[in-house]
Ligand binder design. Structure first.
Ligand SMILES: [Zn+2]
Length: 587
């Protein structure tokens, strides 16, 4: 059924949920100016927050275009994401298509029996050449017993499922749950924080208690940091399919977040009665994006461009420092004590120090769009950016005697950029920090833009965090393995110059025994390490299956030195240092 909801605006209708139907049916109507003989409409190639080209047009099929009188209009593709429609002097053009990304991914869309979720970037084409500030109406046409959870604003006086967005940006920034799921809310600082969980069986009373308590404390702590809530409501959408997921992740939006969380991470820890340790930091991280990135946004993404990648060197700030504030909010909200806060920083140190090489977080931010294969840069700027946030916070607090903090930097970015309708640059950021921490340019050159090892030892003790460096002597065989096979482990790659290389092992061999240690049990590396840590250079027999034959050859034990950095709260820290940690992570 065509809809003419708004005489001059753009309107969309999405139909989903018919019996046995696993497709989104999209209908869109576009006004045409007098004399305009061609209408170009495009689907986005990416979703803000998910820095990856996805080409949502690839899922579209059965595309058609028509005039108001039902006359079909000629169309072809101008580029992979753009349809070129001959208007035939019609005053409005309707298009219809089906799309079924059908994936449990945070930037895609999915339909299951009785449930669907979508991201607007997947479904809503935009007209070219008119900007993105046009208002849009959308009707969600679903079975009468289906629920709808979305950050979209209901149209005044509209029918059920009728929403109105002030701009295309708002329209596509509201992921939506449709169907049967659990839906409830808590009030925080005078606005509802809504929680939708699919499947509804995942929201047991224990999960509700722990999630709602976590949301209440996180939202209140982050509102306090930023000086108040930025919107009149917030929606948390959690997809917790036990069959499809063994991971947890989230994607931020301007008044909502969409999370996919393995059921086991959602369930409260039986011993401690709290959410799985992945879930609270995830909720806090996505919630803080409400300010940092959705509003305090790098200039390279202002405004969003849905047709092209928008690389920025600032994701270490937008993602990593958001991760820092997730930890800060958990501590200030009373969900963590200071030791847990320090332990989270220590985990970040482990990740950064465990990377194959030191990468500049600016380079990693830019490179995330191409998913480099040689180092996991896509994740690198989270832990390193979080530690940079911690260190900048400590330096500012230390230099100002505790009168200023990174919170002030965040609030000043909000006031000077978001509230004035623009994005910020690295120069803008450094300028705001410099007034309180004059050493920031040197810090930036060495650790943010540069590739020097992070200065844990000189900075963290200023906040009463002790830094311990350890060296472990670890014997190494020199093979990568990912599965067992025939009583041993299948060899993936062999490290050149290693023991495995010395005895002539190759990819595809099956390692059966190293010295006294059988490899049939998954814990064999631990047994090997404890048995041979002090046997460097001694002869060792290695038994493996090679080309169908079992061979035993002798090589020499190789031992490597692994360095690690550990952090702990120093109970004997002086009052100034203890006050800095209390300022960051105290209640
Ligand atoms: Zn994030």
């Amino acid at each position: 059924m065509p809809c003419a909801l708004l005489a001059q605006g753009i309107s969309y209708r999405v139909r989903a949920g018919g019996a046995g139907d696993r497709t989104f049916h999209v209908h869109a109507e576009f006004p045409v100016r007098a004399g305009q003989d061609t209408l170009l409409i495009s689907l986005p190639v990416w979703s803000p927050g998910s820095y990856e080209i996805m080409d949502y047009a690839r899922y579209v099929h059965t595309f058609s275009a028509s005039a108001p009188d039902g006359r079909p209009l000629f169309w072809d593709k101008r580029d992979p994401s753009t349809w070129r429609i001959a208007t035939g002097a019609a005053g409005r053009v309707s298009v219809d298509f089906e799309t079924d990304p059908d994936s449990v991914a945070l930037e895609l869309s999915r339909i299951e029996p009785g449930f669907a979720y979508f991201n607007g970037t997947n479904l809503f084409p935009y007209p070219n050449g008119v900007g993105f500030d046009f208002p849009a109406d959308v009707v969600l046409d679903v079975p009468g017993d289906w629920r709808i959870a979305t950050g979209l604003t209901p149209a005044p006086g509209g029918e059920r499922g009728h929403y109105r967005a002030a701009s295309y940006h708002d329209l596509v920034d509201c992921p939506t749950f449709l169907g049967h799921f659990a839906f409830d809310s808590v009030m925080v600082d005078g606005r509802p924080v809504r929680l939708a969980v699919y499947p509804d069986s995942a929201l047991t009373p224990a999960v509700w208690d722990s999630v709602s308590e976590a949301l209440r404390r996180i939202a209140a702590a982050e509102d306090r940091i930023m000086g108040g809530e930025p919107d009149s409501g917030y929606t948390v959408l959690i997809y917790a399919d036990p069959e499809a997921l063994d991971w947890a992740g989230g994607l931020e939006h301007h008044n909502s977040q969409l999370d996919a969380i393995a059921m086991e991470f959602l369930a409260p820890d039986r011993k401690r009665g709290v959410l799985g340790e992945f879930t609270r930091p995830l909720l806090a991280h996505e919630f803080f994006h409400l300010w940092n990135v959705k509003r305090i946004r790098p200039a390279a993404m202002w405004p969003y461009d849905y047709a092209h990648a928008q690389p920025t060197p600032l994701l270490w700030w937008s993602e990593g420092v958001t991760d820092y504030y997730a930890d800060v909010a958990l501590a200030r909200g009373g969900l963590w004590d200071q030791d847990q806060f320090v332990a989270a920083a220590a985990e970040n140190v482990q990740q950064v120090e465990g990377a194959a090489e030191i990468v500049s977080v600016e380079d990693a931010s830019v490179d995330t769009w191409i998913h480099p294969t040689w180092v996991d840069e896509a994740q690198y700027y989270y832990p390193k950016g979080s530690l940079l946030g911690l260190m900048l916070d400590i330096e500012i607090r230390s230099a100002t005697g505790g009168r200023r903090s990174l919170d002030d930097v965040m609030r000043s970015l909000l006031a000077d950029f978001w509230l004035r309708g623009r994005g910020f640059t690295t120069a803008d950021l450094l300028e705001r920090i410099r007034g309180w921490y004059p050493g920031v340019d040197d810090f930036y050159g060495r650790y943010i833009r540069g590739r020097e090892p992070l200065p844990y030892d000189s900075v963290l003790p200023l906040a009463g965090i002790a830094v311990e460096r350890h060296e472990n002597r670890v014997p190494i065989v020199g093979v990568s393995t990912d599965r067992t096979e025939g009583g041993g482990v299948l060899v993936g790659t062999v490290v050149p110059g290693s023991l495995a290389d010395e005895v002539g092992m190759a990819a595809g061999d099956v390692l059966l025994r190293v010295g006294d240690v059988e490899t049939a049990t998954p814990l064999w590396p631990l047994a090997f390490q404890s048995r041979y840590a002090r046997a460097e250079g001694q002869p060792i027999a290695v038994t493996f299956r090679h080309a169908g034959r079992i061979v035993t050859r002798t090589g020499a034990v190789q031992v490597r030195t692994l360095r690690s950095v550990a952090l702990r709260r120093d109970p004997h820290a002086g009052p100034a240092a203890a006050a800095i940690l209390a300022g960051i992570a105290g209640r």
